[in-house]
Ligand binder design. Sequence first.
Ligand SMILES: Cc1ncc(COP(=O)(O)O)c(C=O)c1O
Length: 482
Amino acid sequence: MDETKQTFLYKDLSGEIEAKIHNGTYHPGERLPSIREFHRQRNLSISTVYQAYIALENTGLIEARPKSGYYVSPVPLNRLQTPAFEKSSSPPRKVELSLIINAVIAAVNDPEMTPFGSSSVSSELMPVKHLLRIAKTISVKDMKTLINYPLPQGNSELRRQIALRTFGIPDGVAADDIVITNGCMEAVTLCLQAVLKPGDTLAIEKPTHFGFLQYLNAMGILVAEIPTDPQYGVDVDELENVLNRSPVKACLFMPSFHNPLGSLMPDDRKEKLAGLIHRYDIPVIEDDIYGEIFYEGHQRPSSLKAFDRKDLVMTCSSFSKTLAAGSRIGWVIPGKRFREKILRLKAATTVATASLEQYIIAHFLSEGAYERHLRKLRTAVKNQLIRTALAVQKYFPEHTRLSIPKGGALLWVQLPSGADGLQLYQKALEHKISILPGVVCSADGQFTRYIRMGCGHPFTETIEKGIQTLGKLAGEAVNCRS
Ligand SMILES: Cc1ncc(COP(=O)(O)O)c(C=O)c1O
């Protein structure tokens, strides 16, 4: 074919696709038809379609993923800027709770609010009918067993199913290596009780999940806050400096899709962290609650425990973000070193975890439905997250910073100077919108210019309007100060 004609053809095609990206027909992150599909549908040569895709790739509007195809870029990447990496760490200190924490929790859980404050994932995205169908099959005979005291360690089939889904851990994981808990929160608190007493020092990420800070405050545990990179997780070198100068007894980290940052520690960083804790012989509690909500590749990220050769990592998780937060089913893989202690603590505190919920979830998993559900959930949450990020870019004032995490359901947003996260939270409440002010995510009340936005709810007109209102309020605050 004559070269000019081919140039016209590929430019026509790339222009058409570009227009569809700009007018929203193709969604951010959506997979484009394969080169062969376009070749067949449009009667264009393979090389014409290929050239069109290369042209688009060069503009950054689409991206090629090895062995998978071409995808619309999640966002115009050149406009996104990762929130700052706040490098400061502090000597062990008591956790001071912000006075507003109770009001924040009430707002976050208020169903009347547009729910950016919440980290929950909407029940619209959960397999409600399937769970109900399982509940309806419970027989009188089953019920007679289910109303007895359950085993402190938990339903054996549920533990087997969780073990079947757990890969990459040295020595493997069997049903007997798992303890079922009341959510991830109980898993974490049992581990904390197993390794710390009041007055001891725990290394935590800065920022961290505000729920942990409340517990640590109540237990009188001191915290050494370690700076944490919004993309790559906890700063291992700084952790080493802190271990050298402070009597840290244990660590509590979220290596995969951190709350609130969304950061993911790359494998080499996880390995380095494991090496460090091996040298110092320090137990680490790993919160892996978001590990299954990954957006890249076909495999969940490795857990920190995968790099642990000395049985120092206790991995905690739950079904709260992926299936049923109200079931309160979570678990811990404590390793041989801490298993007995965790089991004793579990029996001595909450005795056991409710059996009916364990039964339903065990059945759901054994029917093979969980993986199918997770595939849909990951796509839905990823799309919500990207659409929220795009809307933040569109409506928030200039110099707002955020990045798209590789998993989880949370966006960490750095407001421009002049804006204040707590004031924005208060103003937003007047509009029935909840957000989490960043100030509650560290023991020293840093992160005043940050907010956390949850993206667990379908992206509706109400959600978009909510982001528009937040952007307007943030803009007013910036203008007022300048
Ligand atoms: C990082 C993290 N850990 C633990 C929890 C508590 O989980 P659960 O509801 O399973 O107790 C949450 C809840 O938001 C969380 O975000």
